[in-house]
Ligand binder design. Structure first.
Ligand SMILES: Nc1nc2c(ncn2[C@@H]2O[C@H](COP(=O)(O)OP(=O)(O)OP(=O)(O)O)[C@@H](O)[C@H]2O)c(=O)[nH]1
Ligand SMILES: [Mg+2]
Length: 565
């Protein structure tokens, strides 16, 4: 069970780095996660049967080392008027116990161990720590390294130093991760009012009925002003195997809860569940509006280009059908869709992303990553889409009726003169045959004139009408350009819209994989603890049993003992 927080921290780190890569979370996310407390008292020992780890914690000069000496009954830690006095960790532990693993990066020369044979403290390991409010940062680092390894924190204050800001902040941050005992030392200078004031202050940290002892550790203690024996008794009573195990479980749940509290806000970066439904429709209406603006701004340019394409020499159609058609087509497309048009397209997308990331609280980086590649692909196709529409339009100019009429008249401009010629030839041959017996049958000059006129008319009329009904190449090119641009813009709309759908699924998958990390329940409660121990717990911890904290117990608890329910 004690390995759960570290495993969960690792799983969360994995989840978070994936989300960082996809742009959902800022780079700094992992730093906060690494700062979370996952170490536990049991990590100090190899064996499961271990002592209760009790640490003396407090500002400089409050009497921590003096109190340890009182527990030990001898001067094992240096206590003096020098500030700060302790620069090392002093461990006071029964000789049957071995501390197998020191906290990570803990310097050995910073620890002094005092072994004893006192049977009263066979199951307690005392740790005297340097002050937390030291001018020496190394002292503070030692406190930080050891604090997670304490089952019970004995928070020592003095009557004039119990309202310390730094201590208060540390207490609030770590309240749920330990059991707490409070000692107002220097009680020879204290007053009942100060004790009451300290108690009510502790209620604000979730300790409604804290165990606060007042001790007078001076050379000549005042009679009745010292509760050291009571403090000693509570510690001895707490050093019971089942209580130690329960406290450890509570500590694990508290650490997991801290990880959950720390990581849950990450989900807000994935956007609310209904965010993506509106994203898709907003995109369509935004892009359609933007498309109209682009089409309007391109209309004049298209009319100019259309004339170029329709020029008889080297027209679009002819150039496209020629051997070097590919090169010609590319150049034309690039000329049409120049960098100004492309950046107009880009601006449309960028505006939308900025608007939406603000109104829907989605990270810009995540949206850009999701739509960037598909959009770029569709953007690359704009030139070729326009080109192919122009090509198609020029191949089939005008409408079907126009083209049919033009074609028919073209055919007639050949057929009618042929028919006229046939008829004239027939009349000439017939008149020539008749002329042998009847000279009047010969055709006169009138026939020659009329025949010529007929021939001319039969050619001229359909040819003239055919040329008049020829569908306009300019209009065809212009239509191709317009339709091509519309198709390309629609393609961008659809492709980007699919990317938004993919973004939505990605968000959903990440959310559910996060929830999966916390799926299986691991709970513990403070119900079976002795009453004094319950008073050492901050309310958040004792409330965990009712709150049900989910943890990925399946994957991590196989070798651990199951938590008590
Ligand atoms: N009058 C009085 N003096 C005390 C009491 N407890 C400790 N002292 C004295 O206060 C001074 C500081 O005590 P330490 O035990 O060194 O204090 P500390 O909390 O360990 O201080 P650091 O190691 O600097 O963090 C010593 O000179 C002690 O003799 C007390 O209850 N009453
Ligand atoms: Mg000290």
């Amino acid at each position: 069970m004690s390995e759960l927080p570290a495993a969960q921290q690792q799983a969360l780190a994995h989840w978070a780095s994936d989300a960082i890569t996809a742009g959902w979370l800022p780079e700094t996310t992992l730093d906060n996660l690494q700062d979370a407390v996952v170490a536990a008292p049991s990590h100090l020992f190899k064996t499961e049967s271990r002592p209760l780890v009790v640490g003396l914690f407090g500002g400089t000069g409050v009497g921590k080392s003096t109190l340890l000496n009182r527990f030990a009954g001898e001067a094992i830690a240096r206590a003096s008027a020098e500030r700060p006095t302790s620069r090392d960790i002093t461990v006071y532990v029964h000789r049957s116990i071995s501390v197998d693993n020191l906290p990570d990066n803990f310097p050995m020369h910073k620890m002094r161990t005092s072994l004893h044979g006192n049977e009263h403290y066979k199951h307690v390991m005392f740790i005297d720590m340097p002050d937390f409010d030291s001018v020496e940062s190394a002292n503070r680092d030692l406190v930080d390294a050891w604090l997670p390894h304490l089952d019970v924190v004995v928070y020592v204050v003095s009557p004039d130093r119990y309202r310390d800001d730094q201590g208060w902040r540390l207490l609030l941050t770590h309240a749920t991760q330990h059991a707490w005992l409070f000692v107002m030392n220097h009680w020879d200078r204290g007053e009942a009012q100060q004790l009451e004031d300290f108690r009510s202050q502790l209620a604000g940290a979730g300790l409604a009925d804290p165990m606060v002892f007042h001790t007078d550790s001076s050379a000549q203690p005042l009679a009745g002003a010292d509760q050291f024996d009571a403090l000693q008794q509570v510690i001895q009573d707490t050093a019971d195997h089942s209580v130690i195990k329960k406290l450890a479980d509570i500590g694990v749940v508290a650490r997991l809860k801290s990880l959950k509290v720390l990581s849950e806000p990450w989900l807000s970066n994935l956007g609310a569940e209904d965010t993506f439904a509106s994203l898709d429709s907003s995109w369509s209406s935004h892009w359609q509006k933007h498309s109209h603006t682009i089409e309007d701004s391109m209309a004049f340019k298209f009319s100019q280009f259309a004339e170029q394409f329709a020029e008889p020499k080297g027209s679009w159609l002819k150039r496209f059908r020629s051997d070097n058609a590919t090169a010609t087509k590319k150049t034309s497309a690039d000329t049409l869709i120049d960098s100004a048009v492309l950046s107009q397209l880009d601006n449309g997308l960028a505006d939308f992303i900025n608007q939406q990331s603000q109104s829907l609280s989605l990270p810009v980086a995540a949206i850009k990553q999701a739509v960037g590649e598909p959009y770029a692909r569709a953007r690359r196709d704009v030139g070729s889409t326009v080109s192919s529409h122009v090509e198609k339009s020029l191949a089939l100019p005008g409408n079907a009726l126009q083209r049919g009429l033009h074609k028919t008249l073209g055919v007639l401009s050949v057929l009618l003169p042929l028919a006229a010629m046939g008829w004239i030839a027939y009349r000439v041959v017939f008149a020539f045959a008749e002329g042998g017996s009847n000279p009047a049958a010969y055709l006169g000059s009138n026939f020659a004139v009329n025949g010529g006129l007929l021939l001319a008319l039969s050619w001229l009329l359909p040819t003239f009408l055919s040329s008049k009904t020829r569908p306009s190449q300019v209009r065809a090119a212009q239509r191709g350009l317009t339709l091509g641009l519309q198709a390309a813009l629609k393609n961008i709309e659809d492709t980007t819209s699919s990317a938004f759908s993919a973004l939505s699924s990605d968000s959903k998958e990440r959310r559910s994989s996060y929830n999966l990390l916390w799926q299986t329940l691991a709970t513990t409660d403070a119900e079976n603890l002795p009453e004094p121990v319950k008073r050492m717990l901050a309310s958040e911890v004792s409330g965990v049993s009712h709150r049900e904290l989910d943890v990925r117990a399946n994957t991590h608890t196989s070798t651990d003992s199951a938590p008590e329910s």
